[in-house]
Write a protein that binds this ligand. Structure first.
Ligand SMILES: Cc1cc2nc3c(=O)[nH]c(=O)nc-3n(C[C@H](O)[C@H](O)[C@H](O)COP(=O)(O)O)c2cc1C
Length: 367
């Protein structure tokens, strides 16, 4: 369990320490201390709504949306969101004019930022000439960013990696950032490992190339008018607190997705904010699911984000198992969630109804 000394410090002026004076456009700067990583198949609007209940301060990122889907598909459907602000939508593309048109749609749909994906290593994305392979063409990325920025007032940011294949020395990375910065980008989210194309699966590409946080610390020193958000391998509050003073913010993906209540822990550690307990969040999310089911949204699209909500509490596995077994049944409603809670004994479990702060205080008593 987390050592209280790690979560109880004066938040070290972290919020002010990390506010950069970089020019982020004409709008008030977003607080980038903590962000939720864009994750295909995970961070859809429902996930972001749920996570927002637990964390008012996290900057949320959508899954990547390719420009073709927006320009030729059901744009209104893809852009629909609510209750997740502040939220950035991530675009995948490589055509400056298409990206500019999409950035406009993103701004009009009420997102607070538009982000360009320069890090996805999947074969499909690579064959479309987007994602991580763009690391090799910084001038094109700069052109894309400039075109997007000319179109919108919201910040245009770039999420990238520290290198590509054998272009993984610091000089390549520096050149990439320098080129894109010259086009006006002032916020970079850095997944601190390189991408290896044509050999590793996307999953392996998130695990095998080693994390090199020192590249991020160095680039921050080299470009003090930019903000650098560090991403990759931050799985707990202790690591977050250790790394945060060296960068402008942190982005977390897999850890909060598998254990959303980590966000409540981080809210306390970073903001001294007491997030709601799990059962209260679940009750609110259940109302949200009911409203969405009425508009034709299938339950399974929303329930799947609940799988990790009780991680660390007795009964969590049984809760997950029940949801997994019943959420795909046609016509199921939110009673599936109530049944899962009852079966796991979680509706009577003190910890499930406790805020993170209350839980810490109780554990302290028994130490
Ligand atoms: C299932 C999954 C889907 C992902 N999809 C995207 C994506 O759409 N866009 C993107 O920039 N990164 C994507 N990523 C990468 C994450 O945003 C993040 O960079 C990576 O998981 C490392 O952060 P973490 O160690 O905190 O998980 C995805 C990661 C996962 C696990």
């Amino acid at each position: 369990m987390l050592d209280r000394s790690l979560i109880d410090p004066n938040p070290m002026g972290l919020n002010t320490l990390n506010k950069s004076t970089a020019n982020l456009g004409t709008l008030a700067p977003l607080d980038r201390t903590l962000s939720l990583a864009p994750m295909m198949g995970c961070t859809d609007r429902h996930c972001r709504y749920l996570f927002r209940l637990l964390s008012p301060n996290t900057l949320m990122y959508s899954e990547m949306l390719v420009t073709g889907a927006l320009l030729h598909g059901k744009a209104a459907h893809f852009l629909r969101h609510g209750g997740d602000e502040p939220c950035a939508l991530q675009l995948g593309g490589n055509d400056p004019q298409d990206l500019a048109a999409c950035a406009r749609m993103v701004e009009d749909a009420g997102y607070q930022e538009v982000n360009l994906n320069v890090g996805c290593p999947s074969d499909r994305v690579q064959s479309g000439g987007i994602g991580a392979c763009l690391i090799a063409t910084p001038a094109l990325v700069a052109e894309c960013v400039a075109a997007m920025q000319a179109e919108v007032k919201i910040p245009v940011t770039v999420k990238t990696r520290i290198g590509l294949n054998d272009q993984d020395d610091y000089e390549h990375f520096h050149h990439f950032i320098e080129t894109v910065r010259e086009a006006g980008c002032r916020v970079f989210i850095i997944h601190a490992r390189k991408a290896i194309l044509g050999g590793l699966s996307p999953k392996d590409n998130r695990e095998i190339p080693p994390l090199k946080y020192d590249y991020v610390y160095r680039i921050k020193a080299d470009f003090p008018d930019c903000q650098f958000i560090l991403n990759g391998g931050i799985n707990d509050t202790a690591t977050a607190l250790a790394v945060l003073p060296k960068v402008d913010g942190l982005m977390l993906g897999r850890a909060p997705y598998s254990n959303p209540y980590l966000l409540a822990e981080l809210e306390w550690a970073l903001y001294q904010h007491t997030s709601m307990d799990r059962l209260t969040a679940l009750a609110d999310y259940t109302d949200y699911m009911v409203r969405n089911i009425e508009t034709g949204e299938p339950l399974k699209h929303m329930v799947r984000h609940l799988m990790g909500l009780f991680t660390g509490i007795r009964g969590a596995r049984s809760f997950r198992r029940h949801l997994g077994a019943h959420m795909f049944e046609t016509g199921s409603g939110t009673e599936v969630v109530e049944q899962a809670l009852a079966e796991a004994g979680l509706n009577h479990h003190a910890e499930a109804a406790e805020t993170f702060v209350a839980q810490q205080a109780r554990q302290q008593q028994y130490r």
